[in-house]
Design a binder for this molecule. Sequence first.
Ligand code: SAM
Length: 175
Amino acid sequence: MTHGFNHVISESSKDEWLTPPHIIRALGQFDLDPCAPVNRPWEMASRHYTVDDDGLRQPWEGRVWCNPPYGAETFKWMNRCAEHGNAIGLIFARTETKGFHAEIWAKADAVFFFKGRLAFHHVDGTKAASANAPSCLIAYGQNNVAAIASSGLAGVLVKPIRATEDAASGCALSA
Ligand SMILES: C[S@@+](CC[C@H](N)C(=O)[O-])C[C@H]1O[C@@H](n2cnc3c(N)ncnc32)[C@H](O)[C@@H]1O
């Protein structure tokens, strides 16, 4: 990929919604953010991959912070987090969707539901208006469950008790 062109596309896209920095700080030091902005007002982790690297195609090492691109892409990143086994994700709490069931309810060690709506940040560091959906943290690895539990962030931490996988609920899953 050419850096300049993709840089312009990515920075003008709807995907550039940065995590409020106090949330990352409350969760402790991360080794890698595999989906970081090219230009960032603060560091999310010790190392970063950007759209120019395509973080999904790179090796992941250490403790990962993952507030991924939105939409259909989100659950590819959560799938990678689950495989990696040492990560905290930040996604919208669309708990009824196919992707949430496949990658979160079926695989995560815990889910943390924030009290209230988050206000994300722009790449210049300024704060945007409150998000139009609730958000949650996804813990893969018991170290990350513990980090959320001791973070002081306001919300509720839920540990899934998995029902029989093939049990039919009679309810349709959202796309
Ligand atoms: C919702 S933002 C979150 C940014 C940052 N991870 C954070 O927590 O503040 C998603 C980021 O993913 C980046 N991105 C999109 N596609 C990517 C890819 N294939 N590889 C790496 N980063 C990507 C976008 O440029 C954007 O900065």
